[in-house]
Write a new protein. Structure first.
Lengths: 334, 108
């Protein structure tokens, strides 16, 4: 078993007082808490940090840990004697089940999926771990029974086109059964209402994991994930489309067929349009519960990738005959 | 076997009691979270009538994790949640804007 230097984890001296330990924990906690940090190993780092704080902020646990450190320095193997902390370890299996059922009472909790290190459990046993769990659950509702079935979250990808009207979808997902057993696959046909946004949720009450005895089943939360569209971007209720135009289409005006989520339409481009200019097509945006957004068409002027000899001559004529300085604004700024 | 489900409004929102059950918090904690604007009911003037969006479940769970793990006061937590919301919104806008810029041939 690997010895863990809890003082090193928190970056404090073994002589540090409670205040220093608490300050170090809060400082590193802000950096590594999985709800705040985007670091890839944040969850793992935070677990080690929380374990170190768990030991060092409790006078009793810290004294026990310090005694092991002292014995280690005297040349003792450092491996704590499991039997001498007995009573805890006999309960270890029961503790694991308890944690599982607590988790089953609600959606999983990244910071509390406590797997204390073997080192921690060897010293303090399962009851040490359980004390921490109980402390954390000081928010918990006494009426909530841990025997309720687990909630299940299912991310459901949808195309933008499918949000325009109610859409019946067949949804298949796995429901956890119990530790060590294969998940149970459930299939539901659900009519997803029009106008769902990315990240919005639908609760399928009582469709989650089965409960113990007469307790209610958990719920399933469908989390809508709108897939990026190859042509359209989203801005609140509006859809954005970038429309490439040839320079002569922008200058002379044109009638152009453009895509919308519900089919193609003809759009009149006014003469003398500029790049970046926006045209609004009412009612062709996203459908929401109480309104329909617009399609905003943003004009982009593109040039041919290559120019042949005759085209080159025409551009040359333009350059010679048109009195146009595209940088005339700069004159004012000098 | 395929089960057919009829959806209604209750599939898109939660009562206060359901929120407490789903997020595994006490009613007293919920009152405090509402007092500090960490959980915001979308309807109902009295706690018994409160209605929440479903996203309140994960929000409340995140808030209680942070409060415990980082040993935070409710007022500090309220500010932290507000700033985390803003970061999330800015990240999302950033992704959207990068997608739009990519349509003009710009990339990092």
């Amino acid at each position: 078993m690997e010895f863990i230097d809890y003082y090193g984890v928190l970056g404090v001296e073994p002589t540090a007082d409670d205040k220093v330990i608490k300050t170090a924990y809060r400082k590193l906690g802000r950096k590594y808490h999985p709800d705040v940090s985007k670091l890839p190993d944040a969850a793992e780092q935070f677990k080690r940090l929380a374990e170190a704080y768990e030991v060092l902020h409790s006078a009793e646990k810290r004294a026990e840990y310090d005694a092991i450190c002292a014995a280690r320095r005297r040349g003792f193997s450092g491996r704590p004697d499991l039997q001498s902390h007995n009573g805890h370890n006999q309960n270890s299996h029961a503790y694991r089940q308890n944690v599982y059922q607590q988790n089953a009472a609600g959606p999983s909790d990244p910071a509390t999926d406590q797997d204390f290190t073997a080192f921690f459990e060897a010293i303090f046993g399962a009851s040490g771990a359980r004390q921490r769990q109980q402390h954390r659950e000081s928010f918990a509702n006494d009426d909530v029974h841990p025997l309720n079935g687990a909630d299940v979250e299912v991310e459901w990808p949808m195309m933008l086109e499918d949000t325009l009207q109610d859409k019946t979808q067949q949804i298949e997902f796995a429901i956890p059964v119990a530790m060590g057993q294969a998940p149970h696959t459930t299939t539901l046909k659900v009519t997803i209402p029009a106008g769902m946004r990315d990240g919005e949720r639908i609760r399928l009450k009582g469709q989650g994991a089965a409960a113990t005895r007469d307790h209610p089943r958990g719920d399933v939360y469908l989390i809508i994930r709108l897939l990026p569209h190859p042509l359209f971007d989203i801005d609140a209720n509006n859809l954005l489309l970038t429309l490439p135009l040839a320079p002569w289409e922008a200058v002379l005006g044109a009638k152009i067929t453009i895509p919308t989520l519900s089919g193609k339409i003809q759009l009149q481009i006014p003469a003398n349009s500029q790049a970046g200019q926006r045209l609004r097509v009412r009612g062709k945006g996203l459908v929401r519960k109480t309104s329909i957004g617009d399609l905003i068409v943003s004009l982009s002027i593109v040039l041919p990738a290559s120019v042949n000899e005759s085209s080159h001559a025409l551009w040359q004529q333009l350059a010679e005959h048109v009195n146009f300085d595209p940088r005339h604004e700069w004159e004012r700024l000098r | 076997m395929t089960t057919y489900l009829e959806l209604n409004a209750t599939h898109l929102q939660l009562s206060a009691e359901e929120l407490c059950q789903s997020a595994n918090i006490s009613p007293q904690t919920l009152l405090t979270l509402v007092e500090y604007d960490i959980a915001v009911p979308i309807a109902g003037s009295q706690p018994i009538q409160w209605v929440f969006q479903l996203s309140a479940v994960t929000r409340v769970q995140k808030a209680t994790r942070l409060a415990h793990d980082l040993v935070m006061e409710w007022a500090d937590l309220s500010l932290v949640m507000q700033l985390l919301d803003e970061i999330e919104q800015l990240r999302s806008e950033n992704i959207q804007l990068k997608q739009r810029l990519a349509r003009y041939g710009w990339s990092e």
